[in-house]
Design a protein around this ligand. Structure first.
Ligand code: FAD
Ligand code: NAD
Length: 401
C-alpha cells in the first residue's frame, strides 16, 4: 500500500514545530512527510526587529532548516508555494512543479498590512522576513554614510509607524543602536531623531497602564519623539505625511502598522474571515478533507470568545496539538481538541529593558528583559532540545548558509 503523503506549507513557528512533532510520533515508513519553505532557513520572527536595527547577529535569528530536522522522516523542500488545488489534492509551486498530498498543513504565516496607505508599499520598510529586516539594517547604515556626505538631517530621521508591540520593540532597538552608529561615523547623537507615530491615543494600546507609563517614560528619557493620536496618511521617498497636515522630512519609514494573514490565501477560493482561515477545534479547515491550518494564517475561535491573536505563542501551541492530530488522522485514531494556555506577554525595549505580564504578574525593566531572554531560550528548547538550546546560546552549533 502507498504511504500517505503529508505536506506542510511554511517553516515558521507553526510548520517547523508541527514537523518536529511528527518526527517524534511517526514510525519510519509510516508516511511521506514534506516540509516546504521559501528559504532553507527558519527565521525567528520574534527577533526580526533586532535584525532590522542590526543588534543581533544573523546566525542567531536565521537557522538552517535541514539542521533542525532531527530524523529523515521529514523531507525538506526549498520552494515557493503558489497555489493549492483542494479538489485534486495538489500543491503548485512557482516553478510549475506539482506535489500531491493526502494530508495538508497550511502554516504560511503573516503579511504586513499597509491598509492601502499611499506610498507605504513602495517606500516604507517592513519587518516581515529575515530579508526585509536585513534591508532595514543596510538602509540605516547607508543613511549614516549619506549624512556624512551632505549633512541633510532627513538622512538621520528614523520614523517608526505604529506603537503596537512590533513598533515599540523596533524603537527600543534603534535607541540602543543609533549611538553606536554615531560613534562609528563620528556624528553627534543629537543629530539623530527617532519618531514613533501611533494612530490611537496611547502607545502599546493593548497593554496595561503600568507598562504604558513605564515605556512612555523610558522612551521619552531616551529622546524618542512619541506622536500619539496621529496617523500616517502617505509615505513619500523623502517625507512622511501625517493626518494633522504636518510632513516629516525623512527617508526611513519602518512600517509596523499591523499584520494580516499571508495574502496568498486570498487566491485560493477559501472561505476566509478577516483574511484568515477558520479552523475547527481540532485545527482542521472547515469543509476540506484532510487539511489543517495553524498560526497566523488560521483563525481559531472558541464558542463566544474572541479569535486568538497572531502570536508565536499561539502558533507553537497549535503546532504541538496539530502534529499529533495529523498522525492520529493517518492512524484513524481520535483527535485532541486544541486548548490555548496564555503564559503572558513580554515586549523588549532594547536589550536591557522590557515590559510584560507573565502569569498575571506585571514586570518592567531589567527583570522583564531577562524574562524575555528566558522566553526566547525556551523556544530553542522546544525546537531542538536542551543540548541544541545550550549550544545555540553559546554559539557552538555549526552554522550553514
Ligand atoms: P511565520 O512565522 O510567518 O512563518 C511562515 C513561514 O512560511 C515563513 O518561513 C515563510 O517564509 C513561509 N512562507 C510564506 N509564504 C510562503 C510561500 N508562498 N511558499 C513557501 N513558504 C512560504 N509573537 C509572540 O508570541 N511573542 C513575541 O515576542 C513576538 N514578537 C514579534 C516580533 C516581531 C518583530 C514580529 C514581526 C512578530 C512577533 N510576534 C511575536 C508574532 C510572531 O512572530 C508570529 O505570530 C509568528 O511568526 C507566526 O508564526 P507562523 O508559523 O504562523 O508564521
Ligand atoms: P498591532 O496591530 O498590534 O499594532 C499596530 C499599531 O499600528 C496599532 O497600535 C495601530 O493603531 C497603529 N497604526 C495602524 N495604522 C497606523 C497609521 N496609519 N499611522 C499610525 N499608526 C498606525 O501590530 P503589531 O505590533 O505588528 O503586532 C502584530 C502581532 O504580533 C500581534 O498579535 C502582537 O501581539 C504580536 N507581537 C507580539 C510581540 C510580543 O509579544 N513581544 C511583539 C511583536 C508582535
Amino acid at each position: 500500500m502507498e504511504k500517505p503523503k503529508v505536506v506542510i506549507l511554511g517553516a515558521g513557528y507553526g510548520g517547523l514545530i508541527a514537523s518536529r512533532e511528527l518526527e517524534k510520533i511517526l514510525n519510519s515508513g509510516e508516511a511521506d512527510v514534506t516540509l516546504i519553505n521559501k528559504h532553507d532557513y527558519h527565521y525567528i520572527s520574534t527577533q526580526l526587529h533586532k535584525i532590522g536595527a542590526g543588534t543581533a547577529s544573523d546566525n542567531k535569528v536565521a537557522l538552517h532548516i535541514p539542521d533542525l530536522l532531527k530524523t529523515n522522516l521529514v523531507k525538506f523542500k526549498k520552494a515557493v508555494v503558489s497555489n493549492v488545488d483542494f479538489n485534486d489534492k495538489n500543491i503548485v509551486l512557482d516553478n510549475g512543479e506539482t506535489l500531491e498530498y493526502d494530508y495538508l498543513l497550511i502554516a504560511l504565516g503573516f503579511d504586513v498590512d499597509t491598509f492601502g496607505i499611499p506610498g507605504v508599499e513602495e517606500n516604507a520598510f517592513k519587518i516581515r522576513s529575515f530579508r526585509s529586516s536585513k534591508a532595514i539594517q543596510n538602509h540605516i547604515t547607508k543613511e549614516f554614510a549619506a549624512y556624512k556626505e551632505d549633512q541633510d538631517p532627513s538622512h538621520l530621521t528614523f520614523v517608526v509607524a505604529g506603537a503596537g508591540f512590533t513598533g515599540i520593540e523596533m524603537v527600543g532597538e534603534l535607541v540602543d543602536k543609533l549611538p553606536k552608529l554615531c560613534k562609528q561615523y563620528d556624528i553627534p547623537v543629537k543629530e539623530t531623531r527617532i519618531i514613533n507615530v501611533e494612530a490611537s491615543d496611547s502607545i502599546l494600546p493593548f497593554f496595561d497602564r503600568k507598562a504604558i507609563d513605564f515605556t512612555t517614560a523610558y522612551l521619552k528619557k531616551s529622546g524618542v519623539e512619541l506622536m500619539t493620536s496621529t496617523k500616517i496618511v502617505e509615505c513619500k521617498k523623502e517625507s512622511i505625511i501625517l493626518d494633522n497636515g504636518f510632513q516629516i522630512p525623512a527617508r526611513t519609514l519602518i512600517w509596523s502598522g499591523g499584520v494580516r494573514a499571508n495574502k496568498l490565501l486570498e487566491k485560493w477560493n477559501l472561505q476566509l474571515v478577516r483574511g484568515r482561515i477558520p479552523v475547527d477545534e481540532y485545527l482542521r479547515v472547515k469543509e476540506l478533507d484532510g487539511v489543517f491550518c495553524i498560526g497566523d494564517a488560521s483563525l481559531f475561535t472558541k464558542e463566544d470568545q474572541n479569535a486568538l491573536p497572531a502570536t508565536a505563542q499561539v502558533a507553537i501551541q497549535q503546532a504541538q496539538t496539530c502534529g499529533p492530530n495529523i498522525a492520529a488522522t493517518i492512524r484513524g485514531e481520535a483527535l485532541k481538541p486544541f486548548t490555548y494556555s496564555h503564559k503572558g506577554t513580554v515586549a523588549s525595549i532594547g536589550l536591557k529593558v522590557a515590559v510584560g505580564n507573565v502569569f498575571g504578574v506585571k514586570i518592567t525593566g531589567l527583570f522583564a528583559a531577562l524574562m524575555k531572554q528566558v522566553v526566547e531560550a525556551r523556544y530553542l528548547l522546544v525546537l531542538g532540545g536542551p543540548v541544541f538550546m545550550v549550544k545555540e546560546l553559546l554559539n557552538l552549533n555549526p552554522k550553514k548558509g
